[in-house]
Unconditional design. Structure first.
Lengths: 488, 277
């Protein structure tokens, strides 16, 4: 049974998210495994969301409200009230959980739809879970699948090309004003999630320098460290503006902190070089009269929202497309999940053997030419019994394992992969991350873990097993394509 | 000779096709069409250059220098040349919208004024030709580019200030900053050229007629243009003007030069510059 509990920016405010963040909690997965009767756990915690993905044995925990138990442990870990957590979290079970995870990975659930950071965060969380040993067969498969879903969504839809967001709009506007953003400087006045996000996007588009100022200087320094900016004193802010092209403001000040009068002076000092102000604060931080000055452009949160909404309608179609991909992949995952039972695997295994046997028999008979019925019958019996006897021991082994606690799915999954019972196409660059050491791009984020190496070894041994003749090992070291298996 | 007779028609056809394709390409946001259009224009430009060279190579080169056809031809050529220069330096494809129709119109005008020929003393040739006509035409070509960039700047700025939304901004329209840089370039190069052109004109007037200023309408307008140009130059470079004001200024100056070039030369009686048949 798969289920997922979590909270995100939609259902929980910043204070709740801060309270229940698991970013700084060491070994949450392990402690959760100890506290509840679960099989696999993975937790993802970012500034916008916390997701706890759990796999449990359905029969082992009948009668226990597992999501509730997970929530309780979570609340205890963060020393927060359980009632608040219950109120702000969502729960998804089985395929809903799968769909949700795919949506998260594909950034369909993000505040900035289509932003790529979430995938990296998910990969990091997954790697952590693998290292602590709390992710096994199902989470392995589920997460690998979610990475490929994310990739499909990114390449097949236009969702990532222009993220629907206020920060995206801000960056686009800045590009319309300044052209290239490289060499420009920005300033973040006050803190706030949206402002930080906008600053991150600006940095990603090539802003050269970021100044950060805050009424509390220590907070500015803290932010400066995480965003690689430079903290400056709040009192020196207006003075500093002469070197700043883009200002993002989001303080809690009840009155305007940047006035047209000041900006007129600043403009003189910077010889009228254009300035772009983004005012995210409510009430506003920047005097609206600033927009009337030449070479100064001011957008407040409502202006940006309008810009975004216009954009949004045009891109709804892309989101629909992306959700369709998620839907298809969820169904594929459901099929795989069902096949993890013992009986279908034995059937598939025997079917595969029979298939190979009959094909080989047909070839041999063709080569032999005319044979009498007796010989023919003998040959048929021969190939059938060889294939059945060969599979006898593996099947007994699988049956024994299923009687044990917890390991059945792992072995069934492995068997299915060794014999390629799901006819998964193994693409050319599959597991490239495990084979090359120097390839350290975000795309091929190496998922270097114990189990993966095992998998790689397994696929290699299965390859040698299949290679025909054995004196000529596959030069590429790649697992054989499924189509090749039948031809040999 | 077939080629010289065919040449103007070829150039006109190429410019016309280029202009139409570019406008269509801009409307459809089709990069291929736009690049094809630019290719056609470049081919036209090459033939145009050939046409000019033919003029200069002829036996009557000195007389041809002052022929109306040659002058218009040269102005159109100069505008395209400046456009190609800006395209190369600032990656500014957008200004083709201004440069190509202008080159087309000027080239057609040139061929329409075949019969027009000013009576100028042979003194205005060689050095003076380049000092007076070359410099003035280059600065006018520059102004034409600033005119287009200025209009685009004002349009885009209005949209941004009015918060008209991202969707409405043409995706392939360059940024405000790029348009402003065109203006800067024009002020920086155009004003010295214009000043040189005017000064050489006065020197020549003094040499030929022993008087510098003759209250000629052409000269009055030229002085006004020089004043405005100087103001633009000063405000831009010394006072740090940017954006809207210099854009408007450049548009005004260009319109004034057009009036002076077409209106006065053709319609008003003037001492040296009359193209009136």
């Amino acid at each position: 049974m798969i289920f997922l509990v979590g909270l995100n920016h939609r259902c929980a405010g910043v204070d709740v998210r801060e309270k229940f963040a698991l970013t700084n909690v060491a070994d949450f997965e392990k402690s959760l495994l100890d506290a509840c009767p679960l099989r696999e756990v993975m937790a993802l915690s970012t500034c916008n969301r916390v997701e706890i993905l759990v796999v449990a044995d359905a029969d082992r925990c009948a009668g226990i409200d597992l999501p509730e138990a997970v929530l309780r442990h979570w609340a205890e870990t963060c020393a927060g009230p359980l009632s608040t957590l219950r109120e702000h979290t969502y729960r998804h079970t089985s395929l809903d959980a799968v769909t949700h995870l795919f949506c998260v990975a594909a950034s369909l659930d993000s505040m900035v739809m289509g932003e790529p950071q979430i995938l990296g965060q998910l990969k990091t969380s997954y790697r952590k879970a693998v290292e602590t040993g709390t992710a096994r067969v199902i989470i392995n498969r589920l997460l690998h699948k979610s990475f490929s879903v994310a990739k499909r969504v990114r390449t097949e839809t236009g969702i990532a090309s222009s993220a629907v967001s206020i920060s995206y709009a801000a960056v686009e506007l800045a590009k319309k004003i300044f052209g290239e953003l490289s060499g420009k400087t920005a300033m973040l006045v006050g803190a706030g999630e949206m402002a930080e996000l906008a600053a991150t996007h600006l940095l990603a588009s090539g802003i050269e320098k970021l100044y950060i100022t805050n009424r509390t200087f220590s907070r500015a320094q803290e932010l400066a460290k995480t965003m690689h900016g430079e903290a400056i004193l709040f009192e020196g802010m207006v003075e500093q503006l002469r070197d700043v092209d883009i200002v993002i403001s989001s303080t809690g000040s009840p009155t305007a902190i940047i006035r047209a009068k000041d900006i007129r002076e600043v403009l003189k000092k910077r010889r009228n070089r254009a300035m772009f102000f983004i005012d995210i604060a409510v009430p506003r931080d920047i005097d609206p009269d600033v927009n009337a000055l030449d070479n100064v452009y001011l957008y407040d949160i409502d202006d940006l929202k309008e810009v975004v909404e216009e954009n949004m309608s045009a891109r709804q179609g892309e989101a629909v497309k992306a959700r369709a991909i998620v839907e298809v992949e969820t169904q594929a995952f459901a099929t795989w999940l069902k096949s993890l039972a013992l009986q279908p695997t034995i059937t598939d295994l025997l079917g595969r053997a029979e298939d190979v046997a009959s094909r080989e028999l047909a070839k041999t008979l063709k080569r032999l030419g005319e044979v009498d019925d007796q010989t023919r019958l003998a040959l048929e019996v021969l190939v059938a019994s060889v294939s059945r006897k060969l599979l006898h021991e593996p099947i007994c082994f699988l049956k024994r394992r299923t009687r044990e606690e917890g390991s059945a799915e792992r072995f069934i999954d492995m068997t299915r992969r060794i014999f390629n019972l799901d006819a998964d196409a193994v693409i050319e660059d599959a597991h490239l991350d495990r084979r090359t050491v120097d390839d350290d791009t975000a795309e091929n984020d190496a998922l270097d873990c114990e189990c993966c190496r095992d998998d790689a070894l397994l696929s290699r041994s299965s390859l040698e097993f299949q290679a025909d003749p054995p004196e000529q090992p596959n030069q590429t070291g790649l697992p054989n394509q499924p189509s090749q298996t039948g031809q040999k | 000779m077939a080629l010289p007779e065919l040449l103007p028609i070829l150039v006109i056809a190429l410019y016309f096709l280029g202009t139409v394709l570019f406008v269509v390409g801009s409307a459809l946001r089709n990069e291929f069409l736009k690049n094809t259009a630019l290719g056609l224009a470049a081919l036209g430009f090459a033939l145009h250059t050939l046409d000019l060279a033919q003029f200069l190579a002829g036996a009557e080169a000195a007389r041809n220098l002052t022929a109306g056809r040659f002058l218009f031809c040269l102005l159109g050529w100069g505008i395209l040349f400046i456009f190609l220069l800006l395209w190369w330096r600032l990656k500014l494809k957008f200004l083709a919208v201004v440069a190509m129709p202008l080159a087309l119109v000027l080239y057609i005008t040139a061929n329409a004024t075949v019969g027009v020929n000013t009576k100028l003393p042979p003194m205005l040739s060689g050095l003076f030709f380049f000092l007076h006509i070359g410099t003035l035409f280059s600065s006018m070509a520059l102004l034409a580019m600033a005119f287009g960039a200025g209009l685009a700047f004002l349009h885009l700025e209005k949209r941004i200030k009015a918060k008209a939304g991202l969707k409405q901004f043409q995706k392939d329209m360059p940024s405000l900053d790029t348009f402003d840089r065109v203006n800067h370039f024009v002020a920086l190069c155009g004003f010295p050229l214009y000043t040189l052109g005017l000064a050489s004109g006065y020197v020549w007037a003094w040499l030929s007629a022993r008087r510098v200023f003759s209250l000629d309408p052409k000269e009055i307008v030229a002085l006004i243009v020089l004043g405005l140009y100087a103001y633009l130059f000063h405000q831009r470079l010394a006072m740090g003007w940017r954006g809207r004001k210099p854009a408007i200024m450049a548009i005004c100056v260009f319109l004034l030069t057009v009036i002076s070039m077409l209106g006065i030369n053709f319609l008003v009686p003037t001492t040296f510059h009359g193209f009136k048949p």
